[in-house]
Design a protein around this ligand. Structure first.
Ligand code: HEC
Ligand code: HEC
Length: 139
């Protein structure tokens, strides 16, 4: 019995040796060493609107947004996406849900709770996913 346990342990040790634990994010860098962060890539900027995974999903942004000013003085997103601008910008107008305040009242302008667009809408990085994902779009 002891010999069998020893054999199993030896085999396990050999396997562990053969295949070091590789974490998708750290790569093969040993735990005690700091990893080198990957370089930031450019956001996807192909202008192709992406299908939504479910009807209420905030659509992802198909263009670059780095450096866009969004503060109390100016909202760069609304510069193109406001209803009054889309005739010229050809951007998708913000939907009417964005004009409703938290009391359900329809306002004449985008509600403050929808002012900071990047809380819900995100641009995409052309990265290979670190871990697999079998999640599927709602049909
Ligand atoms: C210079 C004009 C311009 C600015 C500024 C701009 N957009 Fe856009 N956006 C567009 C256009 C045009 C499209 C339509 C797709 C295309 O042609 O790129 C679009 C598409 C989108 C979409 C996809 C909509 C859908 O239904 O798929 C989202 C979301 C979006 N923009 C969000 C933003 C946010 C958030 C900002 C600010 C950080 C922003 N945009 C700033 C022009 C602009
Ligand atoms: C609190 C979350 C939230 C914020 C903040 C927000 N949105 Fe949205 N947005 C959504 C959701 C959810 C949808 C999809 C459902 C809908 O149309 O309401 C959407 C839809 C859109 C669409 C697509 C409209 C269409 O008809 O296909 C555009 C364009 C858009 N948002 C732009 C913006 C811009 C520009 C801002 C900032 C001024 C903004 N959103 C702020 C959640 C948000």
């Amino acid at each position: 019995m002891r010999a069998a346990i020893a054999a199993v342990l030896a085999l396990a040790a050999a396997l562990a040796w053969a295949e070091p634990l590789v974490d998708a994010m750290r790569g093969a860098t040993p735990i005690l060493q700091a990893t080198k962060p990957p370089r930031l890539a450019n956001e996807v900027n192909d202008d192709a609107r992406q299908p939504r995974s479910f009807p209420q999903q905030p659509p992802v942004i198909p263009h670059r947004v780095n450096g866009y000013q969004i503060d109390k003085n100016f909202n760069k997103c609304l510069y193109c996406h406001a209803h009054t601008k889309t005739l010229f910008s050809l951007a998708v107008p913000v939907s009417l849900t964005h004009f409703v305040n938290r009391d359900g009242q329809r306002l004449g302008q985008v509600s403050t709770r929808r002012y900071f667009c990047l809380q819900c809408h995100v641009s995409q990085e052309p990265e290979r996913p670190l871990v697999g994902n079998s999640s599927q779009r709602q049909k």
